[in-house]
Write a protein that binds this ligand. Sequence first.
Ligand code: GDP
Ligand code: ZN
Length: 290
Amino acid sequence: MKGLIIRGVGGFYYVETETGVIEAKERGIFRKDGFVLCVGDVVDISLLPEDPGKGVIDKVFPRKNSFSRPPVANVDMFLVVFSVKTPKPNFPVIDRFLVNAEMNGIRAAICLNKADLAGKKETEDIMKIYSAAYDIFPVSAATGEGIDAVVPLLNGKKTALAGPSGVGKSSLLNVLVPEAGSRTGEVSSRTRRGKHTTRHVELFHGPGGGMIFDTPGFTSFESSEADEERLSMYYPEMAKLAGMCRYDDCRHLKEPGCAVREAVEAGEIHPVRYNNYVAYMEELKNRRKY
Ligand code: GDP
Ligand code: ZN
């Protein structure tokens, strides 16, 4: 029977199937191969004849993608979260999240949280940085403002929240999936530890027919690095101009006839994004020297 791993705790996996959630163990063969099953994995299970509420995972289907910190598989979308203030946006860090999503071939969208703390103009100025490349939604997990607009985006996908700590990822998750919040509360009151240390990875059904990973958070990405040659392909507003520069190998820095720099001049690419690109290029170049 085919199913989806929605939770893994202490050697047990909870597998959602068409007949309900089955508690299953993995066959020894997975361990022997050093393979770690993840929440988000699609698996085949067989039910125990003596206890049909329980099962064994026989096989895992090929993954679309996977990560080890947090351990999740088959992410369809990253919802990159940052806040208008407290903490104030760190644009280079946000762009790293976005570049990483692009490198992994995973769609990204942005939630600009804590909109309740800023004026309209301030929020709009931040949105302008990203609106040429991404869907960006001003929201407030505190007041619920803007949340309805995010819901249709989640439809039919497994979404993971990513972003620096303190921006409101857990708060947003709790607004989108109230069930996740109550589970978190249970665990932390029982163990008397912080919610982040006790939280398990779990996949919840969200509003609008989507699923959302509840993880301790993608607060950083594993060190898969972009290469200089391809970096601009991971900035959608620059990738759009591929082949338009005078030189085929243009890195969009100081080369004459650069379509990307022209787009920056024309206000089609936001200077914050372009400057982050240039800084990232510098960093990659310096790293290569050592
Ligand atoms: P995480 O580290 O990204 O998971 O962030 P949390 O969800 O733990 O939130 C960090 C802090 O920001 C908490 O004190 C929240 O109450 C607060 N917070 C979260 N969302 C909002 C919001 O929309 N508006 C305001 N004013 N505070 C928020
Ligand atoms: Zn160029």
